[in-house]
Each structure stands twice: as C-alpha cells, then as structure tokens.
Ligand binder design. Structure first.
Ligand code: ACM
Ligand code: ZN
Length: 529
C-alpha cells in the first residue's frame, strides 16, 4: 500500500507532537522530590516573572496564606539576576480550599492561570511545595518556565512521614530547629519527632520542676570522639533548653509548614539528666551528675508513687504545649538492675503479682498510658514497650528491626517503622572510611531509597496498621548544625519519596537529586555530595 506524501507528513507531525508531549512530562517531572503520583504536561512552554495568589475562599489564615505566597514565588529570595527590561508577566494562582478530606491536592495549569485545590491547609501546602519545586527547577534568567497545560493529582501513601532529632546529646537553638523544619517541609515530611530529654541533657522548661533545666540541662563536659576508656573529655560545659514560649513558637512555625511535632519525654530509662536534678526519683536516690559519656545507664526512674506524680505533672505541661494527639514516652533500653535490687519496686511486683521485671516495665508504661489517655491523647513508645504486655492505647515505634512493628500490627496496634537497618541517619553514608566520625553502621542514600516500610511477612489485612515510617537523628557524634545537615541531606530526600509512595529506579532518583543539590547550595544547607 502506498502512503501519500500528505499522510507521511501528518504521521511525522503526530510523532513529533508525541515526542514533545513525552519530553514535557519528563522535564517537568525532573525537578520533583518526592515524585508526584500523576502528572500530565503538554503544549508550549510559557515564561513569566512571578505569581500572585487569588484566594477564592477566606478560610486560610493570613499567616498561612503568607507561607503559601512565599512558596509560590520562590525565586524572589533565591534569584539575584532578575532585573527586567521587559514588562513583568504575572501568572495568577487561584487557591481553592475544597474542605473535601480526600488527602489529595490538584494542580491545573491553564495558559492564563494556575489552580491549586486541596481539602485542607496541609493539602494546599503540599501543592504549593510542588509548584515551588517546579518553578525553581525551571528557572531561566530569573523567569519561570511552565508548560501551557499541566495537571497534577497527588497524595501521600503513608500517614506518618517522620523525622526525628535528638537535642539532648547536643543542643540546637530554635533558629536551627526552624531550619530543620524548613528542610523537612520541603520534602513533605509531616511529623517532627523532637527527642527532648535523655541522659545527657533535659531540654524543655517545666515550670513546676525548674531544676530539670537548671541542673539537668547542663553537663560539665562531653567525651571526645570514642574515648570511653581511657576517658577523654573536652573540658567544655554543654547546656541549653527551650523555654515554653520558644516551644509554642516552634509548634506554630511547624504547623504552618504542615508538620506535627511529637515531643518525646524519655522514661523509665535514659533519665539520668532528670535524676541529676531530682535524685529522689531513682531507686537508690543517690546524687549523680549529668553523664558526659554516651551509653545506657543503670539508674532509671523508680516505680514508686511519687515518681508517677512527677511524671504526670511533667506530661501535663508537655501536653499543654504540644497540640499533637500523640506523645512519645520513650521506653527503650531500660536495664532492670536497680528495679531488681529496690525494695519498693519489689513490693509493687509482689502486690500486683507481676512475674518479672518486664512485667514491671509494662506496669510502668500502662500507668503512663492511662494517664495520657485520660487527657484525650495517646502514647507511642520504642518497641521495648511490647515486653511484658503492651498498654491498651499505645502505638509502637519499631527500631530493633521490624519485629516490633509486625507484632504490634498483628495485635491491632498502629506502628511506625524505623529499623536501624534503613532509618538510622546517625550511621555512615558510605564505607570508604573517609566519612566524618559517626556512631557506626552503614546507611547509604540508595539503601534508604530501596526501603519498604511494609515489613516482609506481615499479612495484607494487617498492613494498614503500618502508619508510616521515620528516620532518626541521634546526635552523639553530631556537635554542629552543619554536621546534622550533612547526615540529613540527601538521605531525607530518599525517605520522603519512599513515604510518599512514588519511588522509581534509583538512577532516575539520582538524576532528580541534581537540581536539589543546587537548591541546597542556594539555601546554604550542608549536604553529602
Ligand atoms: C534507640 O535507638 N535507642 C531507640
Ligand atoms: Zn525502685
């Protein structure tokens, strides 16, 4: 059969059009981390200089609208060469709050306007971050380039997309906490797990117990490198805490960036800073200093009634500061030495017919669980809280592998996965031996990217109990802000895509990371190259 000249031209044009369509999809997708669920782009590229927001609803508070506005005009702060001789071309953005809680946002580009729709502020925030990444990744001489027609429909896979930070081992000021929140929100992380207390420092002001920060917030020095034996200290006092006013400010800052802060108050172990301030809370009641070395310590809270009264008071103040429905109460690494030797702890075991120290630990956590539940909130704890029997309303954070998460899910409890194998960002990022000193392990960005939060062996009907996952940033070996950033970036980018549920092959992700490296540099965020 002969194909006419005209038909050949039509076929060729059709093919070129198809190629342009495919190219538009790819190039506009290339700047996004996490990748979106669904993106369609077509038409010519259009160039404009800025966006103005037209709010079609009056339900977005002014400070929230300001956050969205800043996101929708990102080059304002990053571009320095945008002096124009031609008239400004402005794209109007309509922000529509639909109040339909589908967990989804939609973006639709028309030649003259961009429509962003979401069911709540969080969805709109996600959409605005996506627009921001698209604009920055397609910036040309200070002008934005977008396709004439663009449609994105997007939603996250997991509910808990978390990142933790230990501020006990090293204290970081509010300015850094806000920077950390900025980074998390840029990757649509929605939970910041703020590890506020541990052996080496108590970092949250509690009005009823001022010595917690006056004494528990200060250690005389810090061991250097891994000089446990012989011990070498740096001779420099290390201290710091957040006032309640600062905490309220950070909570609000995070809320505007769609991040819920889950505070952690460690108990019954990792409590040496509190015991230094109030020795009467331990079994021996011996006066001990805030430790200057890392590790797991035998002195923990005693199970006596006055300790519970103290902890309830502390939690009351904590719950008043943090609007989160969930409070992290620690629960990990509790040596039973002191409890076994303590007459008061022994008496409780006998009176309550608890068969061993694990059941005593379960008793302790259940007391805390029922107190927190009585205030309309619930607890989450590290997976040791399963030992001796799980408290009624508790969620489990699975860190010693995936077993804890599987057990919790099989019992009908929600779990957050954070196994040491993939989610410990205090581990080395490569095996070259050239990395800055870290606690150990090996967790490369590729390893994080290939992580699946749904544990192997969990039956399909229980998988919805896996509420999400998070990475942990323990700061024993991170004394500076720039070192925390180095350990966070770019691994958090990989985790964000895992949690959003849009991972592809690793080389594709690596390619998309390139434009993010440029962004890190423009923001002065330190990262591992
Ligand atoms: C932990 O890493 N000790 C929870
Ligand atoms: Zn005791």
């Amino acid at each position: 059969m002969k194909i006419s000249w005209l038909k050949r031209c039509c076929l060729l044009l059709g093919f070129l059009g198809y190629l342009a369509f495919v190219y538009a999809q790819i190039s506009f997708r290339n700047t996004l981390i996490p990748a979106v669920q669904k993106l369609e782009a077509s038409g010519e590229s259009i160039v404009f200089d800025s966006l103005v927001i037209q709010q079609r609803t009056s339900f977005i508070a002014p400070d929230a609208l300001q956050v969205l506005t800043d996101l929708l005009n990102p080059a304002k702060e990053t571009s320095t060469n945008s002096i124009k001789s031609t008239p400004l071309k402005i794209l109007s953005v309509e922000v529509i709050l639909t109040h339909q809680n589908t967990g989804e946002y939609q973006l639709e580009m028309h030649p003259d306007r961009l429509i962003l729709k979401g069911g709540n502020y969080g969805d709109l925030f996600h959409g605005a971050v996506t627009v921001s990444q698209l604009l920055l990744g397609n910036l040309n001489n200070g002008s934005y380039v977008l396709p004439e027609r663009l449609k994105i429909i997007d939603r996250p896979k997991f509910n808990w997309r978390g990142m933790h930070l230990d501020v006990s081992r090293h204290f970081f000021p509010v300015s850094f906490i806000k920077k950390y929140i900025d980074i998390l929100s840029w990757y649509k992380i929605n939970v910041f797990h703020w590890h506020l207390t541990d052996d080496q420092g108590w970092r949250i002001q509690i009005n009823k117990y001022p010595r917690l920060t006056q004494i528990g917030g200060v250690r005389s020095e810090t061991m250097t490198a891994k000089n446990f034996d012989p011990y070498v200290g740096d001779g420099k006092e290390h201290s710091g805490f957040y006032t309640q006013e600062e905490i309220r400010d950070v909570v609000q800052y995070a809320q505007l960036r769609n991040i819920e802060i889950i505070p952690e108050i460690e108990m019954p172990g990792h409590a040496r800073a509190a015991l230094a301030a109030y020795p009467e809370l331990s079994c021996t009641q011996e006066k001990l200093p805030v430790p200057t070395i890392w590790g797991v310590f035998e002195d923990v809270y005693c199970n006596r009634e006055s300790t519970f009264r103290f902890l309830f008071d502390v939690l009351e103040e904590v719950m008043a500061l943090f609007p989160s429905r969930i409070i992290h109460i620690g629960g990990d690494e509790v040596p039973k030495t002191r409890w076994n030797a303590c007459s008061e702890c022994r008496k409780i075991r006998i009176d309550r017919q608890l068969k061993d120290a694990h059941e005593l630990q379960s008793y302790f956590i259940k007391r805390i669980d029922s107190f927190v539940s009585s205030r309309g909130k619930s607890i989450i704890g590290w997976d040791e809280i399963l030992e001796g029997g799980l408290a009624q309303n508790a969620m489990v954070m699975s860190w010693r592998g995936t077993e804890g998460g599987i057990t919790a899910a099989n019992m009908g409890h929600y779990a957050v996965m954070t196994p040491g194998s993939h989610c410990y960002f205090d581990h080395y990022q490569d095996t070259s031996g050239l990395e800055p000193l870290a606690i150990g392990g090996f967790t490369s960005v590729e390893k994080v990217y290939k992580y699946n939060p749904i544990p192997e062996g969990l039956s399909p009907e229980k998988q919805h109990f896996i509420w999400g996952a998070q990475a942990n940033m323990w700061t024993e070996y991170m004394a500076s802000e720039s070192q925390v950033e180095y350990m966070l970036l770019p691994r958090i980018c990989a985790l964000s895509e895992v949690l959003w549920g849009t991972t592809s092959d690793f080389p594709d992700f690596e390619q998309r990371l390139q434009s993010h490296y440029e962004y890190f540099e423009s923001k002065n965020w330190n990262y591992r190259k």
